[in-house]
Structure formats: structure tokens, C-alpha cells
Write a protein that binds this ligand. Structure first.
Ligand code: ADP
Ligand code: MG
Length: 236
């Protein structure tokens, strides 16, 4: 069940300051959409608005043409939305397998949960550490398991907040290939990431956020050569 996400004119204020100011964004099924920008730009806040954890003072979020701005996070999850957090949120004392199982059991069909977990252990190459407890994992592996948990719910739209932070080069490369296969299955993937090599390699479209506003939207090549983006984020 593919899902198109449309964010329109979203504004969020903390105190008097606008963390997001009239943000538009679109993410399409089968595509990896990047969201980049300096620390404090508002990327995680936008994820909170999209996933229903924070209500915007203005603007709307729609999934497949249906407005969901007023729905809570659980309702959005049932509509096929799944996300990871910038800070890892794994169950530290549970094994990798059980972390995935808890998430799979919240998915659309409980009866297939263990089969879904089995498939994910193979797909993410986690078999060798299936019985390792989450708090014994490296940050990079923990991030991979976190992505596995988001996939266990079998989402149609997947929001990833800095999933490659703490991953080494080899982990990032495997992760990049995985993201492509997730998109190829028809999932709309929205990726917040600082690893520019990963962003440029895997994203179909990139949105650049700076000081709560969209500065630029385009293909990785278009965005990379945009003077405003170079000045605000990429550096000379
Ligand atoms: P990013 O993920 O791009 O680094 P954030 O969305 O985390 O940025 O933050 C955007 C801005 O909003 C920052 O200035 C941050 O300090 C502020 N901010 C984020 N969350 C809160 C909050 N709960 N209360 C007050 N200010 C916040
Ligand atoms: Mg953030």
C-alpha cells in the first residue's frame, strides 16, 4: 500500500522562535527523499510534526490526499507510518531478535510476526547477533537494529532520523543498499542524514532546511551546486 506524503506550509514555534516557518515537503512511494541542513535547522522537529508527536501552529500534513494533521502518532502508525529517533530507543536488555519481535507484533498482522522477524534478520544481515542484547551493540549496529524495528511494522512510509550516525564505512555502504531495496518495494523513505556521501548516493530528491525554512529542493547534484546550500551548510 504505497503512501505519498505532503507537508504544506508547516510552522512550529518554541516560545517566540520559529523552529519551522512555512515548510513544504513531499515524499513519494518508491523514492528516497533526503532532508539535510545544519544542526538546529528543524529536521527532527519536522519529523515530530509528520509523525504526530508535535502539532504545528499552522499548516497541514497529508497522506495519500487525506489530511492527518490532527491524528495522533498511533493512528498514523496504523496508516503505515514508521520512524526512528535520533537517540536510540531500543530495549537494552532484550535481544536483537526480541527487539524486532516487539515491533513486528505491533504490525498489521500478529500471526506473521515471527516470519517477518526471520526475514529481517536475513535482510539486515543480523543473524550472527540475533541473540545479543541491544545494550551490547556498537552504535552503528544499534542504528541498524533500530531501522529493522521500524521496518518490522511493514510501513508504507519510513522516516529515518540520522540512521547512519556512528556507522563505519562498511556499515553505511550496506545500509545504503538496504535503503534502495526498501524504496524499490514501494516504500516512501524520508531520510535525515549528515553523511553527504550516503545522501548523494541514495536520495532521489533532497530538501535543504536552514533556520526553519526550505532553502533548496532538487536532485542531489542540483542541491550540491546551489550557492545558498554551499554557504549555509556544505561549506566551500
Ligand atoms: P535539527 O534536528 O535540524 O538539528 P531540531 O528540530 O532538533 O533541529 O531543532 C530545531 C530548533 O528548535 C533548535 O533551535 C532547537 O533548539 C529548537 N527546539 C527543538 N526542540 C525544542 C523543544 N522541545 N523546546 C524548545 N526548543 C526546541
Ligand atoms: Mg535532529
Amino acid at each position: 500500500m504505497p503512501s505519498q506524503l505532503e507537508v504544506e506550509n508547516v510552522t512550529v514555534a518554541f516560545g517566540g522562535r520559529r523552529a519551522l516557518d512555512g515548510v513544504d515537503l513531499r515524499a513519494e512511494p518508491g523514492r528516497v527523499t533526503g532532508l539535510i541542513g545544519p544542526n538546529g535547522a528543524g529536521k527532527s522537529t519536522l519529523f515530530d510534526v509528520i509523525s504526530g508527536l508535535r502539532k504545528p501552529v499552522n499548516g497541514s500534513v497529508a497522506l495519500d490526499g487525506r489530511e492527518i494533521t490532527k491524528l495522533g502518532p498511533a493512528r498514523r502508525a496504523r496508516l503505515g507510518m514508521s520512524r526512528t529517533f535520533q537517540r536510540l530507543e531500543l530495549f537494552g536488555r532484550l535481544s536483537v531478535r526480541d527487539n524486532l519481535l516487539v515491533a513486528a507484533e505491533m504490525g498489521p498482522d500478529r500471526k506473521v510476526a515471527s516470519a517477518v522477524v526471520d526475514g529481517l534478520l536475513d535482510r539486515l544481515d543480523l543473524r550472527a547477533i540475533a541473540d545479543t542484547t541491544a545494550d551490547a551493540l556498537s552504535t552503528g549496529m544499534g542504528r541498524l537494529v533500530e531501522v529493522g524495528r521500524a521496518l518490522a511494522a511493514r510501513p508504507s512510509i519510513l522516516l529515518l532520523d540520522e540512521p547512519a550516525a556512528g556507522q563505519d564505512r562498511e556499515e553505511t555502504e550496506r545500509f545504503s543498499a538496504l535503503l534502495r531495496t526498501v524504496a524499490d518495494d514501494g516504500v516512501a523513505v524520508l531520510l535525515v542524514e549528515h553523511d553527504m556521501e550516503l545522501v548523494m548516493e541514495v536520495c532521489d530528491t533532497v530538501h535543504v532546511l536552514d533556520l526553519g525554512k526550505i532553502l533548496s529542493v532538487g536532485t542531489p547534484d542540483e542541491v550540491r551546486s546551489d550557492e545558498r546550500v554551499i554557504t549555509a551548510y556544505l561549506g566551500a
